[in-house]
Design a protein. Structure first.
Length: 360
């Protein structure tokens, strides 16, 4: 019988598992989310004992020190330091972004394995100052495997750290309750777009919709510059407060649009997967490694920053509802077949962890 693996999941301070569960139960955690952050708790059913990092009480002074160091260093060292004893008891430590794995690499004693997942690190690597780059290189030596969410980032990681093992683990969300794609013949064309990622290209989406009376856009984001749409009355900017709001927006939409600026970390993949599971056709910018998840038969791609091409794609998808529905069906079938869900995402972590333990 295979021994249970002791996993410590070190997440950002605002991803406390108890707070996550409470928000999910109340419906205020908007999106398709698991009972535990990013589904990592599923590893329990895969033969693991799972412990999560906790937020815990923090004084104003403690918060000031933690945040000040995070600004100076570029990662959250104090949050990792507070969990060093718990990490020491683990066989392997999982992290979700570089802010976590760099902190863990600083404090982790010899023994536990460390899987360091990066999201934005490689997009900004060339802009790092020499001191910070040298520090990050030193800390990365403590990481056993670097993981990424896109093929683009994987190529960069392998180029920067040729002596370090690097793997791509496709991100996935809970896929237990997909909605059957249905023909959508809305007039005007109802486009929804959501997300707070720094690489959302809202300007190009608004430019594509501006002056187009046949297109109505709803943007749900807490980071968009609202002045972008001041001369585009067919673009409405709002904020989703509950999952019921999200479900209603998707139900009335013709399609999901995921407009993106240049990036390497599969920006927008969560929203793409949420739309696919909701049965919505997807139009997305061809950037960031999204093709590593869905091909041309499943998502309609457009070039970066091309408002005219985006406008044409929105109209093209809406003009043939049957073809759009078939595209949504292919995307949904591929998501399931390729394991692009939370179950597959976590299982890959478990398999990689067991491989690391066996190689000791």
């Amino acid at each position: 019988m295979t021994a249970r693996l002791n996993v410590f999941v070190h997440l950002a301070r605002d991803k406390d598992v108890d707070q996550w569960r409470a928000a999910r139960a109340s419906g205020s955690l908007v999106g398709v989310n698991d009972d535990t952050p990013y589904g990592y708790g599923r590893a329990v059913q895969m033969g693991c004992n799972v412990t999560f990092s906790r937020s815990g009480p923090e004084t104003y002074f403690g918060q000031f020190v933690r945040l000040a160091l995070r600004v100076v260093l570029g990662f959250d060292l104090v949050h990792a330091w507070r969990h060093r004893a718990a990490m020491a008891q683990a066989d392997v430590v999982w992290t979700h972004t570089e802010s976590q794995f760099l902190g863990v690499a600083w404090v982790l004693p010899p023994g536990p394995k460390l899987i360091g997942q990066a999201v934005w690190l490689y997009d900004r690597w060339a802009r790092l100052d020499p001191l910070r780059r040298a520090l990050f290189r030193r800390l990365i030596q403590r990481v056993d495997v670097l993981t990424t969410l896109s093929d683009d980032n994987l190529a960069i990681a392998r180029g920067l750290f040729p002596g370090k093992r690097a793997e791509m683990i496709p991100f996935g969300i809970p896929a237990e309750h997909p909605l059957e794609p249905a023909v959508r013949e809305n007039r005007p064309i109802r486009v929804i777009a959501l997300g707070n990622d720094r690489h959302r290209d809202w300007a190009t989406l608004v430019a594509a919709a501006r002056g187009s009376d046949d297109i109505a856009v709803e943007v749900f984001s807490g980071t968009i510059d609202r002045t972008l749409a001041r001369d585009a009355p067919n673009v409405v900017i709002g904020k989703l407060k509950t999952n019921a709001d999200l479900a209603a927006a998707m139900a009335r939409a013709t399609m999901m649009c995921v407009p993106l600026s240049a990036n390497h970390h599969a920006s927008g993949i969560t929203v793409v997967e949420e739309a696919v599971l909701a049965g919505l056709p997807v139009v997305a910018t061809d950037v960031g490694g999204l093709r590593g998840y869905f091909g041309d038969d499943a998502v309609r791609y457009v070039p970066v920053g091309d408002a005219a091409a985006l406008r044409a794609a929105l109209r093209e998808v809406a003009a043939d509802p049957a073809a759009a529905t078939a595209m949504a069906q292919r995307a949904q079938a591929h998501l399931v077949a390729a394991g692009l869900d939370a179950e597959g995402y976590v299982r890959r972590h478990v398999e990689l962890s067991r491989e690391l333990m066996a190689a000791r």
